[in-house]
Design a protein around this ligand. Structure first.
Ligand code: UD1
Length: 344
């Protein structure tokens, strides 16, 4: 057994896939989650995939005493992968204080107690949202961070700065991973994205429409300056993204970092339009999707995709799955959910 790793938000979408990859690489995992946007059954599903049940602690990281007690009780924790955060862009505009409170107090408590308990390695889940609409594409890590378009995006920017400042004055080492658009589900279809209520993101909305949970997908605008008029994003399979965390962790544990804080784009390096994503879904699921073009969604940018050279060459990680594989896994997950609910 390798080192013990704390995964905050480990029952969530990206967290659960990362726990699976960590366990499969021989790490011992302790999950901390307050289950505010995930289900405890995910722990059983992880155990069903890997054959090992990760330890689970129900804890809200904004509870500073609780975080201290957690580290007191888990002296073997060697590193932290920090996912736990609120992530709905629209909700963050409605409730900014809730977002700043939850996302930033959690991080501060974690860093504080990591320092107290001499835990020196952190992988942080950041977002390509920090680039806004970049001037040059594909976007490099050196591109300027632009004013955030939402409190959610701002919490990611501020969190990056907090980690950077703390690393200047402590033994903290961190890797900040800027994700592009994570989609899809584990090949087993035992874990995947579980949006509460109406999904905001494109792919769960597509699969929920196809399964009959939503009447029709709205495509937000076809008048963008792109080849087919719909916005372009860099969609990345969640298991590829999960593997990037394990690689980042190994880099720190093996002391291969060139700087105390390193930043990597985690995407495929290829951009697809909304209509191309729909086309891929129709191809792999062998059905037509009911959709219509409507007006633009406020705050959407035209196009972003990653320059992945640093991740490929320095981190030594590369995304493997193509768009059709991503969409097929998303569809299989939706089918598995419907089967579980007895709808199929
Ligand atoms: C969004 C967030 C981003 C966050 C990410 C998390 C916004 C503006 N950005 O990214 O900050 O990090 O989710 O996953 O909310 N689309 C439709 N119809 C839909 C839903 C989406 O046409 O019902 C289109 C959008 O206009 C966009 C593309 O699909 O062009 C992808 O949208 P989405 O999945 O919401 O991701 P982002 O907006 O890129």
């Amino acid at each position: 057994m390798k080192e013990q790793i704390l995964v905050t938000g480990g029952t969530g979408y990206i967290g659960s896939h990362t726990v699976v990859e960590l366990q499969q690489q021989g790490y011992e995992v302790v999950i901390v989650d307050n289950l505010s946007n995930s289900r405890i059954e995910v722990v059983d599903q992880i155990a069903a995939i890997t054959g090992t049940r990760p330890a689970f602690v129900n804890l809200d990281l904004t509870d500073s005493e609780g975080v201290c007690t957690f580290f007191d009780n888990h002296p073997e924790v060697k590193a932290v992968i920090h996912f736990a955060a609120s992530k709905a862009v629209g909700e963050s505009v409605e409730k900014p204080l809730m977002y700043y409170h939850n996302n930033l107090f959690s991080l501060i408590n974690l860093l504080d107690q990591m320092h107290e308990h001499v835990v020196q390695h952190l992988v942080f889940s950041s977002s390509c949202t920090v680039y806004g609409q970049p001037e040059a594409l594909p976007v490099k890590e050196s591109a300027p961070v632009q004013k955030a378009m939402s409190p959610y995006g701002n919490t990611k920017q501020i969190a990056e700065e907090i980690i950077g400042d703390q690393a200047q004055v402590s033994m903290l080492h961190a890797v900040l991973l800027r994700y592009f658009n994570p989609i899809g589900a584990h090949a087993s279809a035992k874990i995947g994205e579980l949006p509460l209520g109406v999904p905001n993101n494109l792919v769960p909305y597509i699969t929920q429409t196809a399964i009959g949970l939503r009447a029709q997908l709205k495509v937000f605008g076809d008048d963008y300056p792109t080849p087919d008029g719909t916005p372009i994003r860099d969609y990345i399979h969640v298991s590829d993204l999960a593997k990037a965390h394990v690689t980042a962790l190994q880099r720190m544990l093996e002391k291969n970092q060139k700087e105390n804080v390193e930043i990597f784009n985690i995407g495929t390096g290829t951009g697809y339009s909304v209509l191309e994503v729909i086309g891929s879904f129709e191809r792999v699921s062998d059905q037509k999707l009911n959709y219509k073009i409507v007006g633009r969604r406020a705050g959407d940018i035209t196009a972003v995709w990653a320059d992945t050279q640093l991740a490929n060459e320095v981190l030594g990680w590369k995304a493997e799955k193509n768009l059709d594989e991503m969409m097929l896994s998303a569809w299989r997950w939706e089918l598995a959910l419907a089967k579980e609910k007895g709808n199929l």
